[in-house]
Write a new protein. Structure first.
Length: 499
């Protein structure tokens, strides 16, 4: 499935999300601790009142004001409804567990990078990143800072060089056949625009270049610039000491393994970045980072991108952080380092870190459509791909399946083959499911919601679903652990590839 042509990047929209989330995690932890202390204090005061029965007094000030640096509980309740419990869904994991990862030893802001010239700040940030990550540079990077136009031009050149027009056409046909994007989408243009609006910086493993968005003045780096630099410095650090898995992330025939490896890379950099943000930025800088207008604008722009593509851009950071956090809590940075030698090979391992080390099942190949159809590509179709499809059938989140993550994790293996015949496209999807066998129903439900204008047609043998529409046919067959899908201009061709 299509992925970004540039790896080792910082995404502005994700940066805005993590900036606010990091602040919330710190405050959530403090709030929970403070509430426990306030509850104990209230109990003691009530007992003292019962014993002494003093005359009425003026209402005491909010104890949270003193405990939380002058910020009362009311303001934090607005920021963190339900005491921060809502962050569980946002980050796809337990907030308390994630807080253990992003809060290294030391109080928030305890290693605040002081205001200074850019040279001094870069050196201090580099030193702090190496300390946090427990690795050492063999060759200190020399960051390059570009304004918006310069960075956009650099990224456009990367897309032109790395994203072949034929590959982009096959990607577009595949996603359009799944109902995930409009049929007339130009993925090269979209990728160029998306990267220009979203990328805050990148590290190029081939050249060693480290680029950060934003001009640098005599007064040093902005909070966003500091946080982005920390992320990219970690990429350079990992590349020099652990070797970034470039060959794996660029293998288009194993796109799910590529996504899993990229999630390790970005999850590692994101965890380091969040640790830096908490210790290296003071409270006002953390708040400024979460309110950065460029980052907030990028997050808003991401909402206009087809759901599948937006999620594929964010997944390595959001899900990758959780995966790396699991490794970190299991054995510190040594366990994270070891993952570079034993890469996760499926997005299911990223979604559910307890599945780390579980190989995908290689499904039986799809049937042949015959006739003048030409096979263009076969690649893996992973649990993350299913998750994004289940979240927005037909690119409409209002049609989402319930519990899409749990449904997607019924996946145990999958691949998709694309055939073309002139302007026509056919897909053959071969999946394997776990013993519960729930993936079959999920795929059938997804298809019905993705193509609501199609109608039911008679089924045969193991066929779970046959749908026909205007110039569109779909067949879902299920037998044992196999779930097979054919999508084509007509049900006859769809049936042939679903065999």
């Amino acid at each position: 499935m299509p992925r970004s042509v540039v790896i080792a990047i910082t995404v502005l929209g994700v940066l805005a999300l993590f900036a606010s989330t990091t602040f919330a995690l710190v405050r959530s932890t403090q709030l929970r601790s403070s509430r426990a202390r306030v509850a104990a204090l209230a109990s003691e005061l009530a007992a003292a009142r019962d014993d002494a029965a003093p005359p009425s007094e003026a209402a005491p000030s909010n104890p949270l004001d003193d405990l939380l640096d002058g910020e009362g509980g009311d303001s934090l309740d607005e920021l963190l409804p339900d005491g921060g419990e809502g962050l569980d869904d946002l980050l796809g994991g337990d907030v308390a567990q994630l807080a253990q990862c992003v809060q290294p030893a030391g109080a928030p802001g305890s290693r605040d990078v002081p205001e200074a010239g850019p040279t001094e700040q870069i050196a201090q940030i580099s030193e702090l990143v190496t300390e946090l990550r427990s690795l050492e540079f063999t060759d200190a990077p020399d960051p390059e800072f570009l304004d918006d136009e310069q960075l956009s031009q650099r990224l456009a050149a990367e897309v032109t060089e790395e994203y072949d027009a034929e590959d982009a056409e096959i990607d577009a046909r595949l996603l359009a056949a799944l109902g995930a994007v409009p049929a007339d989408i130009d993925l090269i243009e979209l990728q160029t625009e998306l990267l220009a609006s979203q990328v805050a910086g990148f590290y190029d493993p081939d050249t060693g270049e480290l680029v950060v968005r934003g001009a640098v003045g005599d007064d040093g780096l902005s909070p966003t610039g500091q946080s982005t630099l920390a992320h990219e410095l970690q990429h350079a650090l990992a590349d020099q000491t652990l070797d970034l898995p470039i060959d794996t992330t660029e293998d288009t025939s194993q796109s799910d393994a590529a996504l899993a490896a990229l999630s390790l890379v970005e999850g590692d950099a994101t965890l380091t970045q969040q640790q830096f943000t908490i210790t290296g930025l003071n409270l006002s800088e953390q708040l400024a980072l979460s309110a950065d207008p460029d980052a907030l604008s990028a997050q808003e722009q991401l909402a206009d991108v087809p759901h599948y593509l937006a999620q594929s851009l964010q997944f390595p950071y959001l899900a990758g952080l959780r995966f790396v956090c699991e490794r970190y809590l299991a054995g510190g940075w040594d366990a994270v380092n070891a993952a570079y030698d034993d890469l996760p090979t499926t997005s299911a391992e990223i979604l559910d870190p307890q599945r780390y080390g579980t190989d995908a099942i290689d499904p039986r190949d799809p049937g042949d459509p015959g006739g003048d159809w030409e096979r263009q590509r076969t690649t893996t179709l992973g649990a993350a791909d299913l998750l994004w499809l289940f979240e927005a059938p037909g690119n409409d989140t209002a049609r989402a399946l319930d519990e899409p993550r749990d449904r997607a994790l019924a996946w145990t293996g999958g691949e998709v083959t694309v055939w073309t015949d002139g302007d026509a496209t056919a897909l053959g999807i071969a999946l394997t499911q776990d013993a519960a066998g729930s993936l079959c129903d999920s795929i059938a439900t997804w298809y019905e919601r993705a193509f609501p204008d199609s109608t039911d047609a008679p089924t045969r043998r193991d066929e779970r679903l046959v749908r026909e529409g205007s110039q569109h046919g779909g067949v879902v067959t299920c037998a044992g652990d196999e779930v097979r899908v054919g999508i084509a201009p007509d049900a006859t061709t769809a049936r042939a590839v679903a065999r």
